[in-house]
Design a protein around this ligand. Sequence first.
Ligand code: G4P
Length: 287
Amino acid sequence: MTIQWFPGHMTKARRQIQEKLKLIDVVIELIDARLPLSSRNPMIDEILQGKPRLIVLNKADLADPSITRQWIDYFKEEGHTAVQVDATSGQGVKEIPVKAKELLRDKIERQLAKGINPRAVRALIVGIPNVGKSTLINRLAGRSIAATGDRPGVTKAQQWIKVGTEMELLDTPGILWPKFEDQNVGYRLALTGAIREEILNVEDIAFFGVKYLAKYYWDPLRERFDLKEQPQDTENPDEIVTVMEEIGRKRGCIVSGGRVDLEKASGIFLRELRAGKLGRYSLEAPY
Ligand code: G4P
């Protein structure tokens, strides 16, 4: 699902999350391990109003593992707790209730000291569209929860999903908007398929991707498309277009006169990248 965000939508989304904050102890902020900053909401600190937060880097199976480790350290330095997961396979997901409880340790200890038996930790998952919120909810629940979302005009009681005995999760996640002002953020999101292509030009998205891979992940790119030479200067657009043309030729995207159909080549490149044919990659590194 792709949502077009307008100021009214953002205000509404923010209000819906803030309503839910009253019900919970801890927020699970879901981001994409391949682009942890671009898949984050720019106003997250303000929206969460100091609620304890666990940062979960999802789709870690698609990201470059060494960069993901750097991100975990980065968030730690920022004073947060972060874990990496693959919500599809369930890898790392068991850590979530453990870490969520750790975040509330002081509160739990205070309750125990007063003789109060602490109840299960109540959590809410928040994140931008397509980051994997429903997949993670289903994974934590151990069953398929109907994808509900917040729809106008549909009133539905909030349900708590039990995650083991120590955590309860709100069944509807909080939907946040990505940071649209920065064009590179848009390209990173489009490259991974998180936002609709129509918003940006398909050739521009592919150009951004080919340029990035040519610089940081040349070997998998070369191998996949049987390319010859790595561009000498990835900042030179002509060299990147040359690579795109080579990709097009390798995939038979030729139009009359032997010219390469760059739009078609771009589409093929994006499909293969998104299908994981170019291996694991990260589009942002913290250091
Ligand atoms: P949302 O609720 O935040 O909008 O996201 P959702 O769970 O619908 O997930 C969006 C897409 O991301 C889905 O793929 C889902 O399978 C995929 N996904 C979620 N978590 C992970 C993960 O950890 N690793 C990988 N590799 N993929 C993940 P889809 O193609 O849109 O749907 P489908 O083909 O899986 O049905």
